[in-house]
Design a protein around this ligand. Structure first.
Ligand code: GLU
Length: 301
């Protein structure tokens, strides 16, 4: 099934997590999002996903902004910082709690790993549902006692409430005037995902879904590793009455050993290329043309 031709004035976004400096894969992704927006007469927004207290660093926020500016990725409007969006995340959690779709989960990582029977979903072992069956009194008692807890969605119940869902996908690389394709969403396969973490006020799934809507994003361009997450995001959009953007997932870049580029590893950082004397225009042109530094290429599907 197809849907009408993509609208003009796309609003795209780039949403890095400040856990390190940007590598060439990020630069490539950001330039693609910029070019898509510009070609449609639209806007590119920048969001810093800085609510992971254990891994986010303020110096990386500054570094990312410097890297993007240097590379010529000119975003529009104010930068959205997730750390300033906590009230919106709380309100959404409250609403989902009110719908009876969330439950507190007191399990530790070790508890979950110890559950040998846990089936696997697209992102690893599925939560076995241990805390789903706790009664209201037990939940209240443990919360009142200050026991650390996350909030999970009761996926079966949520899917029942939302009904069948689909999301709109455009092919990658973007083709002018391509029509979107509707893809069946399969959130059930993800199990009872966490929406508020023990150590962060909202999980990636919740914050990303709410922020894309708040920024008026019409087209989400991101890596293939997040394709599966789109199922969960589509469900949250339905439960929270949010519009559903069109999604494009680009292949991930890998190094000479076939390993995914990562901020932590020795992947080629934009800052390193800059320090080595690369001119920003030369790098941007090369990335746009899909010419990556030696050894770096697309992951095979
Ligand atoms: N913050 C995520 C990352 O840096 C990207 C999230 C997204 O594009 O939806 O990998």
């Amino acid at each position: 099934m197809t849907q009408p031709v993509a609208p003009l004035h796309m609003v795209t976004r780039f949403a890095p997590s400040p856990t390190g400096r940007l590598h060439v894969g990020h630069g490539w992704s950001a330039l693609l999002a910029l070019d898509m927006a510009r070609a449609s007469g639209g806007a590119l927004r920048l969001r810093i996903e800085d609510i992971d207290g254990t891994r986010s660093r303020p110096e990386h926020v500054a570094g990312i902004i410097e890297d993007l500016r240097w590379l010529g990725v000119a975003w529009d409007g104010e930068i959205m910082l997730q750390s300033q969006r906590l009230a919106a995340y709380d309100a959404a959690l409250e609403r989902l709690r009110g719908q009876g779709l969330l439950y507190p989960c007191f399990c530790t990582r070790a508890d979950i790993q110890a559950s040998l029977t846990a089936p696997h979903g697209p992102e690893g072992p599925l939560y076995p549902g241990t805390c789903r069956t706790l009664n209201a009194g037990e939940r209240a008692r443990r919360i009142a006692a200050g026991e650390a807890h996350a909030w999970r969605i009761d996926m079966a119940r949520a899917v029942e409430r939302a009904g069948e869902l689909r999301w709109s996908a455009l092919p990658f690389p973007p083709v002018p005037d391509a029509s979107g394709q509707m893809v069946d969403a399969a959130p059930l396969a993800h199990g009872d995902v966490v929406l508020a973490r023990k150590d962060a006020p909202a999980s990636y799934h919740l914050s990303c879904t709410l922020d894309d809507a708040a920024m008026g994003v019409t087209h989400v361009l991101r890596g293939d590793d997040l394709r599966g997450a789109t199922d969960v995001h589509r469900l949250l959009q339905a439960l929270l009455d949010l519009p559903s953007p069109t999604y494009l997932h680009h292949p991930l870049l890998v190094d000479a050993e076939g390993k995914r580029l990562a901020k932590r590893s020795g992947s080629i950082a934009i800052a390193d290329l800059r320090a080595a004397g690369t001119a920003p225009g030369v790098l941007a042109d090369a990335l746009r043309a899909g010419r990556f530094p030696v050894g770096i290429g697309f992951a095979s599907a």
